[in-house]
Design a protein around this ligand. Structure first.
Ligand SMILES: Cc1cc2nc3c(=O)[nH]c(=O)nc-3n(C[C@H](O)[C@H](O)[C@H](O)COP(=O)(O)OP(=O)(O)OC[C@H]3O[C@@H](n4cnc5c(N)ncnc54)[C@H](O)[C@@H]3O)c2cc1C
Length: 389
């Protein structure tokens, strides 16, 4: 029997949406080229934050944090979620101004974000931070989670509600007739379904371009370094004002350090059947240098691995969430621009409600997929400076 909804991509967006849709009673099939969390949702830092969000994303982040708080019980599995706060540091005078402005603007939006103005205050939350840093914002209700565990938790919960996951299957095309989705072509078969959700990260443009849908998504690169396990010490996620570095200590004691975003990817290859984003010595050096500047104690922690992570950047740094204009039944959740992990519960809520023909309880109009129909590609190669972590 054909599924009611086909989801393309088993990252956190696809898995959370599969769970939400299956809960609503839809027969869901998720198609994944590799395996769950093979791309963005595995490469990620795993920060779950409201602070530093664009005002239009803040309601989604706040909704998501309320969901993350009880997600382990809801999904009956460990997501590794820890609500230990987010500390965003100012390293220069210019950054001090931008952190102060951030605190003021986000407090005005109702977020519990405070301005710390001494090293003592900062080090009382994270003793590892360099004494040179004397200004920071702190949001106690932010946190982080274990990316692979969270994706697996959503997948298993979706499966318990009847969702089917087909991994190793590439979606090659969407067949739209007279403005309506009729079927989905994969590497092995044609699936007849009138609804699909494209939650395929950087794979989005290849699938929508043949339909005449223009989604300007640039593939950007961030570089991640992971250390070996160290004594658990650092609780909050650490970021900096310009997003140039983000780091956190994972549940098992390993540190995950992530660089800022460079506008152009260095390439994507397959290694042992896994998608592998190329990075460089320069990028690894940059993330280590920036991490040690704010957290000098990391100097002696043994390094374990590093990887590149590709980011689906949109011109305004905001995602595409909604139904494609002119292709009824084709729903899009992509372009998360380096901060889609934390808001996955909200993205899943919005997309499942839209697919079910209901009104989401969160504002989503700003994220309309058609907002860049007139955008001249190549016009601007820079990426909007967005924060992750
Ligand atoms: C280094 C780094 C740090 C980050 N830090 C944070 C953070 O701290 N907080 C935060 O909120 N966000 C962060 N992000 C962003 C976040 O990880 C992503 O926005 C999020 O994981 C995207 O999830 P997704 O499910 O939409 O896409 P993905 O996880 O990329 O999943 C898409 C899936 O679709 C599959 N696919 C693609 N095309 C096809 C096709 N044609 N057929 C079948 N399958 C296909 C892919 O294989 C992939 O598994 C970070 C990202 C990176 C790279």
């Amino acid at each position: 029997m054909s599924p009611d909804v086909v989801i393309v991509g088993a990252g956190i967006t696809g898995c959370a949406s599969a769970y939400a849709l299956a809960q609503l009673g839809f027969k869901v099939e998720v198609l994944e080229k590799y395996h769950p969390a093979a791309m963005g949702s595995g490469w990620t830092l795993g920060g779950v934050r409201q602070s530093g969000r664009d005002p239009s994303e803040l309601p989604l982040a706040t909704y998501s944090v309320s969901k993350w708080s009880s997600l382990d019980e809801e999904l009956d599995a460990e997501t590794g979620y820890l609500q230990h706060g987010n500390l965003r540091l100012a390293r220069t005078e210019k950054e001090r101004e931008s952190i102060s402005a951030l605190v003021e603007s986000q407090q005005a939006l109702g977020l519990n974000l405070s301005l710390l103005t001494s090293s003592e205050e900062i080090r009382s939350i994270a003793p590892q931070i360099s004494e040179k840093v004397v200004t920071a914002s702190f949001c106690p209700s932010d946190g982080h989670a274990d990316p692979k565990a969270a994706v697996a938790a959503y997948q298993r919960a979706a499966e318990r509600h009847g969702a089917v996951f087909s991994c190793g299957e590439v979606v090659e095309g969407l067949n739209v007739e007279k403005g309506k989705l009729k079927s989905i072509s994969t590497s092995g078969r044609t699936i007849h379904s009138e609804k699909c959700l494209l939650a395929c990260g950087i794979g989005i443009t290849d699938l929508v371009r043949p339909l005449g849908i223009r989604l300007p998504v640039q593939t950007a690169l961030a570089t991640v370094v992971q250390t070996r396990s160290a004594e658990p010490a650092l609780k909050p996620v650490i970021g900096v004002a310009d997003g140039g570095v983000t780091l956190r200590q994972e549940r098992d004691g390993r540190y995950r350090l992530s660089s800022g975003v460079r506008p152009k990817a260095r390439g994507l290859i397959e290694v042992a059947g896994r998608p592998t984003a190329l990075t460089s010595i320069e990028d690894v050096h940059q993330v280590l240098k920036a991490s040690l500047e704010v957290c000098p104690e990391l100097e002696t922690v043994p390094m374990e691995s590093f990887w590149g992570g590709l980011i689906d950047m949109t011109p305004d740094g905001l995602p595409f969430l909604g139904e494609a204009q002119g292709a009824q039944g084709v729903f899009i959740a992509a372009g998360f621009s380096g901060h889609g992990f934390g808001i996955a519960p909200a993205s899943a809520h919005i997309m499942s409600a839209l697919i079910a023909g209901q009104t989401p309880e969160l504002p989503y109009e700003t994220f309309a997929p058609e907002r860049f129909q007139d955008y001249a590609e190549g016009k601007d190669d820079s990426v909007t400076a967005t924060l992750h972590g």
